[in-house]
Ligand binder design. Structure first.
Ligand code: SF4
Length: 254
């Protein structure tokens, strides 16, 4: 039984006494009940575009190797800078062997636009070494396999799984993290924890396109600085909105 399924409605918004976090054994803060979470996903499905057919990987990268490298480059980098760095790097080399033949300094210079370039250059060379020595030059198509590669964390692995390998995975990027934790779909401090909670508790119908609904919603309505709550279809469910309303009412009554 999932954590949400064990919750009692009588104990508040989605909590029970024996309700423990899967990994840490600690009790999570409140969040949406299973029914509420399913309703959020139903509305997202009705309002937001799903998986884009024919999508070729993160940042429109055409193959798995390029997708993984692009993901490594995207850490703490804007999309435009990641795209520029990826284009510059792949203009020099397109395969693990060719990339490994490049001096680390040359890789670093090519990817400079995306920041943290020395560390990323090192990881890219280690990634190429690992692909050649342990994977016969083929990027693994499982989360575990991807996460065993140097420089690849859960977020990167899930993005490659979802976009490149067409897996039913809700990858957590900055938009998904924000929306999931604002609404109360998850109660997490990190992207990895958010991903684990979504994986454990998202309804089945949301697993395939949930990432796409959440990301589009986060870009169009629940934006980072000032979410467009006035035009949102989730105000009656959203925990963040409820807290804000309570705060405003309190201020007006004082
Ligand atoms: S009500 Fe506001 S904060 Fe909540 S999901 Fe909608 S836009 Fe985001």
């Amino acid at each position: 039984m999932s954590r949400r399924a064990a919750r009692s409605p009588a104990s508040g918004p989605g909590r029970t006494g024996d309700d423990t976090d899967r990994e840490g054994g600690r009790e999570p803060r409140g969040g949406l009940s299973p029914d509420e979470a399913a309703e959020v996903f139903r509305r997202l499905r009705d309002h937001m575009p799903g998986r884009i057919s024919g999508a070729k990987g993160p940042k429109d990268q055409p193959d798995a190797f390029r997708s993984v490298v692009s993901c490594i480059l995207s850490a703490q980098s804007r999309d435009a800078n990641t795209h520029l760095a990826t284009t510059r790097l792949f203009a020099l080399a397109e395969t693990p062997d060719d990339m490994l033949a490049l001096p680390e300094a040359e890789i670093a210079a090519a990817i400079k636009p995306c920041g943290l370039y020395n560390m990323k250059a090192r990881n890219i060379r280690r990634l190429c070494e690992e692909l050649i020595s342990a994977h016969d030059r083929v990027v693994p198509d499982t989360r575990e396999g991807l996460m065993s590669l140097p420089g690849v964390g859960r977020k990167c692995a899930d993005i490659v799984m979802s976009f490149t390998f067409d897996a039913d995975v809700i990858a957590v990027d900055t938009h998904v993290f924000r929306v999931a934790n604002r609404t109360g779909l998850t109660e997490a401090k990190t992207a990895d924890e958010t991903a684990r909670q979504l994986e454990a508790e998202a309804p089945d119908f949301a697993r395939r396109d949930g990432h796409f609904w959440l990301i589009q919603f986060g870009k169009a309505i629940c934006i980072a600085r000032t979410p467009h709550c006035e035009s949102c279809f989730l105000t009656d469910l959203c925990r963040w909105y409820a807290d804000r309303r309570k705060y405003c009412l309190l201020r007006h009554s004082n």
